[in-house]
Write a protein of this length. Structure first.
Lengths: 113, 115
């Protein structure tokens, strides 16, 4: 059974640009959550999607957005990139959103220069 | 405002000894707690969890203890093995039986088990 797949693995962008990250959950999983990991703040919750609906959102500015498609794949978008957006972005999938059965992908390392 | 705190950034123990990783929380609404393990270049992997109605949960070499009055939990690894060397994250969630699917993480503790 394939795990959670995140693409791309590494990304370098310039300040002011926008970026789109992709997450393919485990087959059959309908919930996808996104987290940002930075050395200073640790892992912080961005948002969670279930059946194409955002059910919960963390304390991030509106520049951070996401969506989920009918096949449960999810994308997150960051517009007007800032240096502080440099981080590892992790996606987790689960059947219905239960935290114990959430499986994380390897993450996308975003560097903003 | 750090609601989940892991005050030790790192811990070093000898192989075969006990590793104790600590975690404190401030939000009294948290009702479910989890430990994740993370190797470099990989995503976090779920290790063990505990509900707030319990004070101990055991799974093989891993035991989690919860002290609700002190808002403190700990992860014990006995015996520690070199393969346990990783970053350990404590996480918590509130309303786990309802509609909140958000995990609040601590900043992690790097465990090094020396052969």
């Amino acid at each position: 059974k394939a795990g959670v797949t995140q693409t791309p693995r590494y990304l370098i962008k310039t300040r002011g640009q926008q970026v789109t990250l992709s997450c393919s959950p485990i087959s059959g999983h309908r919930s996808v959550s996104w987290y940002q990991q930075t050395p200073g703040q640790g892992l912080q919750f961005l948002f969670e999607y279930f059946s194409e609906t955002q059910r919960n959102k963390g304390n991030f500015p509106g520049r951070f957005s996401g969506r989920q498609f009918s096949n449960s794949r999810s994308e997150m978008n960051v517009s007007t990139l800032e240096l502080g957006d440099s981080a590892l972005y992790l996606c987790a999938s689960s059947l219905y959103g239960g935290v114990t059965e959430a499986f994380f992908g390897q993450g996308t390392r975003l560097t903003v220069v | 405002d750090q609601q989940v705190k892991q005050n030790s950034p790192s811990l070093s123990v000898q192989e075969g000894r006990i590793s104790i990783l600590n975690c404190d929380y401030t939000n009294s609404m948290f009702d479910y707690f989890l430990w994740y393990k993370k190797y470099p270049a990989e995503g976090p992997t779920f290790l063990i969890s505990i509900s707030s109605i319990k004070d101990k949960n055991e799974d093989g070499r891993f035991t989690v203890f919860l002290n609700k009055s002190a808002k403190h939990l700990s992860l014990h690894i006995v015996p520690s093995q070199p393969g346990d060397s990783a970053v350990y994250f404590c996480a918590a969630t509130e309303n786990s039986g309802g509609s909140n699917y958000k995990l609040t993480f601590g900043k992690g503790t790097l465990l090094t088990v020396n052969p």
